[in-house]
Design a protein around this ligand. Sequence first.
Ligand code: ADP
Ligand code: TRP
Length: 327
Amino acid sequence: MKKRILSGVQPSGNPHLGNYLGAMKNHIAMQNEYECFIFIADLHALTTVRDAKKLHEFSLELAMDYLALGLDPKKTVFFRQSDVADHSELAWILNCITPMGLLERAHAYKDATAKGTKDQTAGLFTYPVLMAADILMYQPDLVPVGKDQKQHIEIARDIAIKFNETFGQTFKLPEPYIPEEVASIIGTDGEHKMSKSYGNVIEFFADEAILKKQVMGMKTDSTPMEEPKDPESSAIYNLYCFFATDKEQQEFHHKFKKGGMGYGDAKKILLEKLLDYFGEARKKRFELQKDLSYVRQVLKKGAERAQEEATKMMAKVRAKTGLSLKN
Ligand code: ADP
Ligand code: TRP
């Protein structure tokens, strides 16, 4: 029997190379070997997006992004979180057994508190509980995510243990799957992990002019063109390596180290590479935009399949907790 994976991504606008390398690419690559459940975490996005039109648009866009990148809805159960209302019910049930201390330690909430964020909601505080519900509902063997999500998976494990101790063995404990080389992709500032919140992203589906601006705007030191540069510490080289062949990497490495290739040239090579690598997907993305009914249909079918699993799990959970009239 195939092992099962599950992961979610928030619909929050154009995806960037950090999302692609750290999450989306793995999700798609795994669909041949694993039974895959991938969903659009629109309920989680509601903690930050407060514009109905935007949330709806972002959700469809993320669906198109995945489909354009090669997610095959025949292989992967691909759905929108809010279409399976059981996620919210399970989250509530888990809320009732989750110790406050566990959530007070969660970094998203701690960071927001440290920054003095005004928009402190109960949703942000209990965000990891909904995520635990997403995961435990489907009993995956592995949860492929970027490093920043590791703590959330640990919290999901702790919640599963607590539930099992309280109501009897119900949930399998989830394991994160975080390939080391893509655990944290550095952004265009060459310093922080690539993230929308740092504004240091490269959005591979953006218009060419924007993509160009983002790549050409990458921060570098001021080593002149003719002088040797250290490839390993360059964000340009490091990103290039994810998309280039071994031979291309060696050439780039050699030219950089020897001197004679300026940062401007290096960025142009990276840009060309990205346009080439994402060329097909960009075309497909454009085509999908014209066929939204297909995209909606894919999500509807995915939700129906996910709902079957959720219904089975919720019957067990209701029985264990006394929320069922049957026992
Ligand atoms: P952002 O930080 O831009 O808001 P998200 O939090 O929506 O990105 O991330 C979606 C997925 O992409 C998660 O699984 C996350 O771990 C992964 N991810 C995001 N940024 C990076 C990065 N710089 N390197 C590796 N993975 C990343
Ligand atoms: N919190 C995740 C993120 O921001 C998205 C997510 C929601 C998720 N539920 C999940 C990821 C369940 C893995 C499993 O990226």
